[in-house]
Ligand binder design. Structure first.
Ligand code: ZN
Length: 163
């Protein structure tokens, strides 16, 4: 199924949603990934916490560009940020601004430049997450899942994906 490319990945928003901690979505259907791949993806997700703010921000920018081009999806963050349609390159302003720091780890969102307002695996609790926390605790993007915001300078943010 993978064909060398990362599928759309999602985490269960509730324990009843899926039995694995992370699964693939294909044409709206859930697919189990198998224990080895799940373990590898979970380990990959934890590594983002070690990156500097600037590097973490660059990783998200690269994921978005791969998504826009529709090819070369590589890792767990690519999969979680994917939706059925590739990103079309657009973004739009929002009046709702994120806090200055990640709800879950306290990392500066202003420094990273990207934030996900999204559902977590903790009983559908929503959080403003830095991309590293999203990689571990996020469930994915989309209506009812989460939205990706990018900093537009100063205290302004724009919505890039997930609506
Ligand atoms: Zn965080």
């Amino acid at each position: 199924m993978l064909d060398g490319e990362m599928p759309i990945l999602r985490r269960p928003r509730l324990p009843s949603d899926a039995s694995e901690p992370i699964y693939a979505l294909l044409d709206g259907r859930k697919f189990a990934l198998g224990t080895d791949l799940v373990v590898a993806l979970q380990a990959m997700a934890r590594e983002f916490a070690n990156l500097s703010d600037r590097t973490l921000g660059s990783v998200v920018t690269e994921c978005l560009e791969r998504d826009r081009l529709g090819s070369g999806h590589r890792g767990v963050l690519d999969g979680l940020l994917r939706q059925a349609e590739p990103w079309d390159g657009s973004n739009h302003p929002t009046t709702e601004g994120p806090p200055d720091s990640c709800d879950l780890c306290g990392r500066s969102l202003l420094a990273v430049g990207w934030v996900i307002d999204g559902c977590t695996t903790t009983n559908m609790l929503w959080s403003w997450m830095c991309p590293a926390c999203f990689a571990i605790h996020g469930c994915g993007l989309g209506n009812g899942w989460g939205q990706l915001y990018g900093r537009a300078g100063g205290s302004a943010w724009r919505v890039y994906k997930g609506q």
